[in-house]
Design a protein around this ligand. Sequence first.
Ligand code: ATP
Ligand code: MG
Length: 870
Amino acid sequence: MKSKEIRAQFLTFFESKKHEIVSSAPMVMKNDPTLMFTNAGMNQFKEYFLGNATPKNARVTDTQKCLRVSGKHNDLEEVGKDTYHHTMFEMLGNWSFGDYFKKEAIAWAWELLTEVYKINPDNLYVTVFEGDDADGTGKDEEAYNFWKAIVPENQILLGNKKDNFWEMGDQGPCGPASEIHIDIRSEEEKAKISGKELVNQDHPQVVEIWNLVFMQYNRKADGSLVELPNKHIDTGMGFERLCMVMQGVQSNYDTDVFTPLIREIETITNSTYGKEEETDIAIRVIADHVRAVAFAIADGQLPSNNGAGYVIRRILRRAIRYGFTFLNTKEPFIYKLVETLSLQMKETFPEIQKQKNLCENVIKEEENSFLRTLDQGLVLLDQIIQNADSKEISGKKAFELYDTYGFPIDLTALILSERGLDLNETEFEKELQKQKDRSRSAAQTKAEDWQILREDDEEEFVGYDRLETSVKITKFRKVESKKDGALFQLVFNLTPFYAEGGGQVGDKGYLESANGNVTYIIDTKKENNQIIHITKNLPENLPGTFRAVVDKKQRNRSASNHSATHLLHQALRSILGTHVEQKGSMVHSGYLRFDFSHFSKVSAEELKQVENFVNARIQEQLPLEENRRLPYNEAIEQGAIALFGEKYGDAVRTIRFGDSMELCGGTHVSNTSEIWHFKITAESAVASGVRRIEAITGDAAKDFFTQQSESFNQVKSLLKNPKDTIKAVTDLQEENTALKKEIEALLKEKAKNVKGDLKNAITEVNGVQFLATEVDLDAGAMKDLSFQIGGEVENLFMILGSKQNGKALLSVYIDKQLAEEKSLNAGQMVRELGKHIQGGGGGQAFFATAGGKNPDGIAKALEEGKKYVG
Ligand code: ATP
Ligand code: MG
């Protein structure tokens, strides 16, 4: 069975059990401070488990793009080495939000595997949580009994907290789990040892395929567990592993999910899969990583130097390095695989095909630059090896190479071992740990439990219509971080505060109590669908009622910038072309930043056109046409622009100004005339194929023009108010060039005279043409003159001193032959003489210079110089 059908059967099976099929959330998290990437199917439903939002349907099913390369789930180092862990994989899942529980989840999983997919039940093993004394949880009897009804008891195993108790994080919803494992070994192997013995033993042919989590507790900050009022089901099955089972192969990489990519790698790199372990690992790494990287880019996460972007860069570099080392690829080639991937995925995940050019360009550019790094690194490593005084290379040096130049440590180790050298790995690990500790301690935060003041329904956002309203605080908690110290997070029953999101910053403002006490809200963020107001201290007299007031000025400026961003997007698409896709945006109160796909620099002429386009829309005074709840499909049909990598619900909000229509949750001006004016301040490259425009609007644009005109007036008045300022400046420049030429000519003339004077002053001492004297020349001229005279006067030995800008200079010139014959050394002399001018220097035996702080010592130095010929 083809992988496409396997995926489809999963979804239709659960659809037949009254589940709604929903789409995958983006793999890259946009506004979740706790997670960079989706690492499990349940991530997008967190808010339902936490009770912060109510789902439309209590049963859903989907296939979710997951990435396990950071944080709690990090499989990166395993990937390629084994045959069943990927960085990016699809997780098939079914969910119940307070609806069905263990009985149905267990029965349906079994039905699907054994009756629909027709997997031989003898090859399946299930695990049940054995209980944990510290938590006071007993064995999951419920699950055990449901399993016992359908599975022979000798195929049921008990498992510990590590394998059979699932937690979202340190706090929050959690519960026991049942895993389903499969034994795909040959009958011969099975006869030797029972599959039961190999469950959870990291055996590549006895692997977990499905995990059923029974969410029934909430873990509190102090570590204790309380029962959840609503119990949920959260399951996850690895799609690629299921395909391995269904297609009767022994490795995920032998399924049709991977074989097209592997064939392509073999062809491009002229290698063969399945012959040699090292080559195989490299091919698997590349086939796996190109998926992770392409999906991340398509979701809007470009490789970069920090955060999620850095994680993506590291994955790609890992692939490049495996190619470089084991497939001998010295040219970019991974980008060529995007084509195959895009065709394979086009029905389930069309985003790759739609952004194929961008994915290819970005990957190719990264490949190019990292291959250069590798080349440089090899040279640096060579130097380290040459300078080493023992067989063991310092871990500190290797760390430096790794940290500063991005040169991979395993490559360092490999090269060293090829040359019969060792790497001090303990030292390297120590440095690495130090670095990790540094970044961890900066980020660490500790949150207390939420203190519930009122049981309210979901918090309502009223900030599109009001900037001020009376609110009640429903809950709060204290959060402590190394970076910000102690802060409080407050949740209201309703709020006018816009939470950071969609590129727009969160609102600031204050809370005022009945007796006039004010608490400032320094930022507003969203976490698990909850709007969180951040303060430095707790308002007095809780619970109480407060007047919540948004900083109007800041909000208006942000709104102006946000609306201008939409117009800019429209302008770029109409002037540069519809290949322009938004790749990120940042809307501050002070300015806006917009990243978009485009393959060349935007010319000054184009920028002018873009500016004019936006300003024309401003002048047209287009009113805001907002629709807060439009079915997604209808919005798209009406021409609204949706962004890749953004998670949209069934009903969306649309923002329209004239012909610009976007799906957007941000705050906007009610008429484009409020933007006043749009001015681009910068255009630059963010990555290959991605450009950035920065711009200002409204007050900021006003300030900008005022400042510009003030500076211009200053320039004018400095130029004594000429009629034509530009001409006055060009005249000045021309005059300046002419003067420079004159000075140069004069200096040359002067040098000629000096040369004559110096030559005349040379005396013969013991067969040496000697001179030690003070001149008024800079270092360059001293050197030039020395060599000029040296070319004209044989056996010259000349010491010059000069005072320049309050500092002292010395130069010593000795005819080459003379220096050899008499074993004179200018470098050594200049160091000795340099002491008199409180300085130092050096050079060669025939010419050397020194500089020092003490010009008064020049005379002494020259005097002293005579002793060398005396
Ligand atoms: P394992 O012990 O094999 O790493 P896990 O316990 O980390 O699995 P879960 O977190 O329970 O797995 O995820 C649910 C399912 O997703 C697993 O049963 C497995 O089929 C699949 N899965 C997990 N991690 C990966 C991965 N890195 N690559 C491919 N599939 C995976
Ligand atoms: Mg795992």
